[in-house]
Design a protein around this ligand. Structure first.
Ligand code: SF4
Length: 223
């Protein structure tokens, strides 16, 4: 079994999971995205996989200069087996285009790779992963970032930001500003696009979408 590397930054990365979590399921060749994407199908590092259709690994090229990280796959992603294919993904695509970032040059993934949900009638509602589940799944994200070594890392939403930058990190206070992490030259945090979609008032949502685009315009300057 491979061993967890000593993290240089990030409080949550310093806390080992109660069990080994995903670590026992990493392939020998953990620096190859193709090997990782195959191996994750066997992962039982936490119990989320029991009610999910399939793991949703990251999507994009190994030489991507920018990596975007969200929280976990949603209902549509769980069925498609690809990240950010639902409404939040469409908003993200629109935002990247408005910020002048080519979506085809970006690698996109999540902190947690299986969909955690609770039933509401026939619907499957997103359920926030626990701190233990987030830590259990971190070896996959660490392996993806180690394989890609992006120039720019963008953490979308508090789960992703706190997983890498520490549990005390507040996205609303430090969004769009450069931070230091062991995974990229420049690390940023911003909102998760799903959070914008939950804003009920049209004018407030449109204003939030403009701010989201401004964050990505600033980030694009570091590419
Ligand atoms: Fe493994 Fe992560 Fe899925 Fe848990 S959520 S079973 S750690 S891939």
């Amino acid at each position: 079994m491979s061993r967890r590397k000593k993290p240089e930054q990030g409080e949550l990365f310093e806390l080992p999971p109660k069990k080994d979590g995903a670590l026992a399921y990493l392939p020998e060749d953990a620096h190859d995205l193709g090997s990782l994407a195959k191996a994750i199908h066997a992962c039982e590092g936490c119990s989320i996989h029991e009610n999910a259709t399939q793991p949703v690994f990251g999507d994009g090229a190994a030489d991507s200069r920018m990596v975007l990280v969200g929280e976990q796959p949603g209902d549509k992603e769980d069925l498609a087996g690809k990240p950010f294919v639902g409404p939040a993904g469409r908003l993200l695509d629109k935002t990247l285009e408005a910020a002048g970032i080519d979506r085809g040059t970006v690698y996109i993934t999540n902190v947690v790779k299986h969909f955690k949900w609770t039933p509401r009638g026939k619907r499957r509602l997103h359920s926030k992963p626990s701190p233990y589940e987030i830590r259990a799944c971190q070896p996959w994200l660490e392996a993806e970032l180690s394989a890609i070594k992006p120039k720019v890392l963008v953490l979308m939403g508090s789960t992703a930001a706190q997983a890498v930058l520490g549990s005390g990190f507040r996205v609303t206070k430090s969004r769009g500003e450069p931070h230091i992490s062991p995974f990229s030259e420049h690390t940023f945090a911003t909102l998760h696009p799903a959070a914008l979609l939950r804003i009920q008032l049209d004018y407030a949502r449109e204003a939030a979408e403009k701010e989201f685009i401004e964050d990505f315009k600033k980030i694009a300057a570091y590419l």
